[in-house]
Write a protein that binds this ligand. Sequence first.
Ligand code: ZN
Length: 404
Amino acid sequence: MKIYIASAFTEKERVAQLFERAKGLGFEIAGDWTIHRLVKPYEENKEISKQYAEEDISSVRNSDVFILLSNQEGSTGAHVEFGAALALAKEKGKPKIYVVGDHTSRSLFYYHHLVNIRKDIEDIFQELGNDNSFKSLEKKENMVKIGIIGGSGLDDPKLLENYECIDIITPYGHPSSSITQGKLNSVDVAILARHGKKHQIMPSNINYRANIWALKELGCTHIIATTAVGSLQEDIAPGHLVFPDQFIDRTTKRAQSFYDTNKVCHIPMAEPFCAKLRVNIIEGAEQQKLTHHKKGTVLTIEGPRFSTKAESHMFRSWNAHIINMSTVPEVVLAREAGLCYASIAMSTDYDCFMETREPVTLEEVLRVMHENAEKVKSLLKEIIPKIHHTECSCKEMIKASVIG
Ligand SMILES: [Zn+2]
């Protein structure tokens, strides 16, 4: 389905964002006027203006759906395209025309039978996506795109070739950071900084739903999450990598589901991490000869404070191996979104159970974290080209889990 989004010239940034959103939802864009209108040629060069207008009209002609955003004054700001869309719709019954906003201009009055007015563009996307945004996303079945949710030190855009930064807004608000998109050995990769680019967002305040939604919307099929963890076991020394296969949830303040209004979702969580993706990561670590633990239970606490000794001993008695503040609800939301999710946990220090050592300090954590970041970057470079679409059940589980 090809979509044309028209608006006032001054709103080109907003429209460019909506293009990204529409593309992420699996729609095609019929023409991108936000690019050629960056050079405002109207007064200076009538020939170029005419050429652009013709290009716009031909894009409108190719579109199935024409969406007009009204600007603050209530005028369309896109007279040429809107006129073309109306004429085509009247003559050929296509494109289907939507207007966003409380629009009462004269042209709408005369052509009201051709125009569908909606309050919000999200309503239109939802209508077009057959009431289920995620459903339309599954068109991109055979492509692989890897989302990296970078912990500290791992949101480095230099990992990627030809990268660009994209700001994206989701129904849950803004994700933690703009998303850096590019290629790593020819594979599409999108990197998100979990704590924000300046590490300014504390774990309880991370918008986990917006983060997962944004990566899904950009077409990611897999998420590799990197996370700094404390070790709860003597054999997991600082600097070791752990690829967890289980979690224990000790968070208290976080939204854990996309389904919190009309529907209820009971998503299976017996095996929370994608088994196939974990194998990719384990093989990569073996190839790179990195000291690692093939599995382990990660315990996620609410934070931001570290544990007491009593808590640390209790967590050990539960057979938890490592402790952090971010895996839950990230892994849960990824499962709801039908994404394969696995985690690379970097042990930075022993948690405070170890009586012979000084309790964990932030300074020590940061030092080991920087050393770990380099290891994980080389691991990512090793594994990403080897990730393929495999038959795993991560994508399917949501289908049988929603009630209502
Ligand atoms: Zn999977």
